[in-house]
Design a binder for this molecule. Structure first.
Ligand SMILES: *Cc1c(COP(=O)(O)O)cnc(C)c1O
Length: 404
């Protein structure tokens, strides 16, 4: 008899969390719309309410469809426990507000997702939490701040939108020596490309809205990791009510079945496109961790299985060039989203970092002529032809073709 083998992530993406029981043996997880769950027997009801028996009480707390989604994310990240949220930002803010208290200190980096950055700069300080945001690529500075004492280290890698890479293992080590908890936003990498928990993180947060769902039709979030921490975060969420809707949970579950296929394709296409753009005369810089010249390439090679489907590039000719370029793309939604089956393109000035001023973006090293490109699952040659056509048109219009 062969030993049962550990399933690969691609297999878990299809099967994990779906063990039922389902209604009359349905092979697909049913969307359970019921707000509450009834019990004939009061003792049974009480046991479920007290967590002594499996079951559901009320939809703000738990729901079978939502639970299947949580278990799938848990399995993919190799986590002890998982809980879910209405959005990625709900996952992030619930995690931060659960784990931090007045008088405590959190260390993070300047390049976090725009909404996360707002929690750090606008909201946490008002609750008496000391926030220290370090230069994203300055490992020594982050280690020094962590060494000065903190309760939480919050990381994101690769970052949005310039795809900087943080050495998660090294920074998690520093944080644990200081007695701090480590949280990593793994939205960009996805569990197919990177598992922060195996690199030392205590918790992983996701915007499931992006790659996990993959079809840009449902918002959702998750926090997975150490059971004691997830339990506390779940408790905060069940009280404040940022609950994932069962309909959204179903869409996310269905999307996640193809996560392995999508990410394999997007990894490959993004690398091909990044190399192509890197050699294009009208593109002054390409940010993609898979490029050998990327400052984080060596660390990315070590901690990631693939370099992801997100890249960004800078056009010659400033924001005017961006204004000309974007409408010329045939195969891209111009929208504030990423990680979908369709290619999605956005200037950070209107998308992820719209909450910031031009000065704040400049201080974060985000040029106004940057284009964030989320590679879809289209044929890569079609995407390259599309980019080339739009780039040629823009270069001609802005008269920089000769000087390029
Ligand atoms: C989109 C995003 C979020 C926020 O997720 P929502 O589902 O939009 O709330 C957080 N982190 C990263 C890296 C993201 O891309």
């Amino acid at each position: 008899m062969n030993e049962p083998r550990d399933p690969a992530l691609e297999t878990l993406a299809v099967w994990a969390g779906e063990d039922g029981p389902t209604l009359q043996g349905a092979t697909q997880v049913p969307v359970v719309h019921s707000v509450s769950f009834g019990y004939h027997d009061v003792d049974h009801w009480r046991d479920v309410a007290l967590g002594r028996r499996e079951g559901h009480i009320y939809g703000r707390n738990t729901n079978p469809t939502v639970q299947a989604f949580e278990q799938k994310v848990r399995a993919l990240e190799g986590a002890e426990a998982a809980t879910s949220f209405a959005t990625g930002m709900a996952a992030i803010s619930n995690t931060l507000f659960t784990l931090l208290a007045p008088g405590q200190r959190v260390v993070s980096v300047k390049d976090t997702y725009g909404g996360t950055n707002k929690v750090f700069t606008e909201f946490l300080p008002g609750f008496g939490v000391d926030v220290e945001l370090c230069e994203t690529t300055d490992l020594e500075a982050i280690e020094a701040e962590v060494g000065r004492g903190c309760q939480l280290l919050y990381l994101e890698s690769p970052t949005n939108p310039t795809c900087k890479v943080l050495d998660i293992e090294r920074l998690a080590g520093a944080a644990h020596r200081a007695g701090a908890t480590v949280v990593v936003d793994n939205t960009f990498a996805t569990p197919i490309n990177q598992n922060p928990l195996t690199l030392g993180a205590d918790l992983v947060v996701h915007s499931a809205t992006k790659y996990l769902g993959g079809h840009a039709d449902a918002l959702g979030g998750a926090a997975v990791g150490r059971a004691d921490l997830v339990e506390r975060i779940y408790h905060f969420r069940e009280i404040n009510g940022a609950t994932l809707h069962p309909e959204a949970a179903y869409l996310l579950l269905r999307g996640m079945k193809t996560l392995g296929l999508r990410i394999a394709r997007q990894n490959q296409s993004a690398l091909t496109i990044a190399r192509h753009l890197d050699a294009h005369p009208f593109v002054s810089a390409v940010f993609y961790p898979g490029l050998e010249g990327h400052p984080g390439h060596a660390v990315a090679r070590r901690q990631m299985r693939g370099f992801g489907g997100m890249l960004s590039f800078e056009l010659k000719g400033g924001f005017d060039a961006v204004r000309t370029f974007l409408p010329r793309l045939r195969y891209a939604h111009r929208a504030a989203n990423l990680g979908a089956v369709e290619t999605v393109v956005a200037p950070p000035a209107t998308g992820s970092h719209v909450e910031l001023t031009a000065e704040e973006r400049a201080a974060m090293g985000i040029p106004e002529s940057l284009v964030r490109y989320s590679v879809g699952i289209e044929d890569v040659d079609d995407l390259i032809a599309d980019l080339d056509r739009a780039l040629d048109f823009t270069a001609e219009r802005h008269g920089t073709k000769e000087q390029a």
